[in-house]
Design a protein around this ligand. Structure first.
Ligand code: 13P
Length: 246
């Protein structure tokens, strides 16, 4: 049985004060319904780790370097994330793929860095509106998963979470219907059969794209949706914990 995970991707939104307020608010309203993780911007990771110590809520980064260490100005390594107490990082978010040109090769390299340092990689996949209109969503997602499926070892999948985020549903208020989301989640799980039946059964696949407390329950009720990667709604403690309760 897969345990649901609700992950809050704060994107480029935070301050010392808002981080404290948001996390205190979340802790005050959170039950133990599911696994919970937050992904603040880099400067607030250590603060989040400290504030959430002992709470069971995990802290992750929104990105990581593809290299181990050295002369890579502006980059943050997986070793550094582990050192400050992070347990996870997001890789391959569509905003990184489209705005910063991240390729599937780079996503694989970043994933390998996270795995090498004992961190969980939350790997994002998803199609654009044009790709969906052309009926290419399965082909796009399969291509984004192909290198991971080919190059990672079976044991690596213990520390991989996939997140399906249709680009047209991110920050737009437009959510995939539960049926649309379930269909592609089932497709993603079927792709994982190439790694093995056990991996396909155990790997968590999160849905992301305008998830709110009001629509989370019907999304999470789908058999192949194992939680959510939440953007905007993760910046509000009541809304975010509402999603966790769903
Ligand atoms: P929204 O929940 O704001 O649509 O963002 C989704 C997302 O990109 C999470 O990574």
């Amino acid at each position: 049985m897969r345990r649901l995970l609700v992950a809050g991707n704060w994107k480029m939104n935070a301050s010392v004060t808002s981080t404290e307020q948001l996390l205190t608010g979340v802790l005050g309203q959170l039950g133990s319904e599911c696994d919970v993780a937050v992904f603040p911007p880099f400067p607030y990771l250590a603060q989040a780790v400290q504030t959430l110590a002992g709470s069971g809520v995990s802290v992750g980064a929104q990105n990581v370097a593809a290299e181990e260490a050295g002369a890579f100005t502006g980059e943050v390594s997986a070793a550094m994330l582990a050192d400050v107490g992070c347990q996870m990082a997001i890789v391959g978010h569509s905003e990184r793929r489209t705005l910063y040109g991240e390729s599937d090769e780079l996503v694989l390299a970043k994933t390998r860095q996270l795995l090498a340092h004992g961190l969980v990689a939350v790997v994002c996949v998803g199609e654009t509106l044009d790709e969906r209109k052309a009926g290419r969503e399965e082909a796009v997602v399969a291509a984004q998963m192909a290198l991971l499926i080919r190059d990672l070892a079976v044991a690596d999948w213990d520390r991989i979470v996939l997140a399906y985020e249709p680009v047209w549903a991110i920050g737009t208020g437009e959510t995939a219907t539960p049926e649309q989301a379930q269909a592609i989640h089932a497709f993603i799980r079927a792709q994982l059969q190439q790694v093995g039946a056990d991996v396909a059964e155990k790997t968590r696949i999160l849905y992301g794209g305008s998830v709110k407390a009001a629509n989370a329950a019907e999304l999470f009720a789908q058999p192949d949706i194992d939680g959510g990667l939440v953007g905007g709604a993760s910046l509000d403690a009541t809304e975010f914990t509402g999603i966790c309760r769903a």
